[in-house]
Design a protein around this ligand. Structure first.
Ligand code: SF4
Length: 322
């Protein structure tokens, strides 16, 4: 099957002849493309900040839970109590059972609230381990030197955790600034169109490919964002909606069906809901394009002189309207 790009769908939906003529064009970097690249760079900075936030978050979790563990074991080293040891022992068994239950069920929840589930799969075994260590520590004879040493060590770990927390907050502030500059809604930037590094999204089933400008992760959903530079229209253009629909279909094929996509014109953002009727219109256009590629028969499909006036291929178009 011949692959068709989301960018070509946009051109075809504007005017089939415009798409046909564009196939012979040499790529020239216009002002719009340069502006687009600048926005992409900003979005990429945002994506890097998100990566840093996730790394600092992990460091905070490791050092804070480590400090808590060391501190509690330190306290346990200062006392000895059989009753407390038994209480910790029983509680640890419950947490261990909860960890085993999560592990056993992990396949079922893979696609649902997977992120929260995976966090629980990390935190619950840590708590079970801590309780087990405590239950043993309370059985050991008090050792003041070891107890106080562990308390000092836990304090140092807590200082390191606070440092990472500070770094995480700084990255969050930077990310929120970038998001505001780009006028993007809440969500994490996880993909930015970059010719060298971004993977192409492909659909073998429909023979489509493309790179959305931005992919936002909002909760558990992946939302494609298409950025358009130039004049802000009163409403989203049909050709842009088709291009965004192609990205939504690619997101559906590569991740999961998005509830909507976003078309961004300057600081204005239009939300386009993704549904079966929109997908059907897109696939009809793709079929028409494949037929055109086979037959080589492509013509203007409108009678709007205004459209031709704004068309970048009017100078070479044999069917333009004056
Ligand atoms: S000039 Fe008009 S007919 Fe020709 S490609 Fe452009 S929009 Fe289509």
């Amino acid at each position: 099957m011949r692959y068709i790009s989301a960018g070509d769908i946009e051109k075809y939906s504007y005017c089939p002849l415009s798409w046909w003529l564009s196939r012979k064009e040499k790529h020239v970097e216009s002002e719009g493309v340069k502006k687009h690249r600048k926005i992409g760079k900003k979005a990429e900075e945002g994506m890097k900040e998100i990566k840093r936030i996730r790394e600092f978050e992990r460091d905070v979790l490791y050092f804070a839970s480590g400090a808590t563990m060391v501190s509690l074991v330190g306290v346990a080293m200062l006392y000895s109590s059989y009753a407390i040891a038994i209480a910790f022992h029983i509680t640890a068994i419950f947490w261990l059972l909860a960890a085993l239950y999560l592990l056993w069920n992990s396949g079922r929840y893979e696609t649902l609230w997977s992120e929260a589930y995976h966090r629980m799969m990390v935190v619950i075994p840590i708590i079970a381990t801590l309780l087990s260590i405590l239950s043993v520590s309370f059985l050991i004879e008090p050792n003041y030197f070891l107890g106080y040493s562990l308390e000092i060590a836990s304090l140092l770990w807590l200082i390191v955790a606070t440092f990472f927390f500070y770094k995480m907050l700084k990255s969050e502030i930077r990310y929120s600034k970038i998001r505001k500059e780009l006028h993007l809604p809440d969500g994490e930037i996880i993909y930015v169109d970059d010719l060298e590094r971004s993977p192409i999204l492909k659909s073998e089933k429909y023979g489509l490919w493309g790179r959305p400008d931005i992919l936002l992760k909002v909760g558990e959903d992946y939302i494609p964002v298409e950025i358009k530079t130039g004049r802000v229209p009163r409403g989203p253009h049909f050709s842009h909606i088709m291009q965004l629909t192609a990205y939504m279909l690619l997101v559906e094929e590569n991740y999961k069906a998005p509830p909507y996509g976003l078309l961004k014109y300057g600081s204005y953002i239009f939300r386009i809901d993704y549904d079966e009727s929109l997908k059907r219109i897109l696939l009809e256009k793709v079929d028409e394009m494949r037929k055109a590629l086979e037959t080589g028969e492509v013509h203007r499909n409108h009678n709007r002189p205004g459209k031709c006036r704004h068309c970048s291929r009017r100078d070479i178009c044999p069917e333009r309207l004056e």
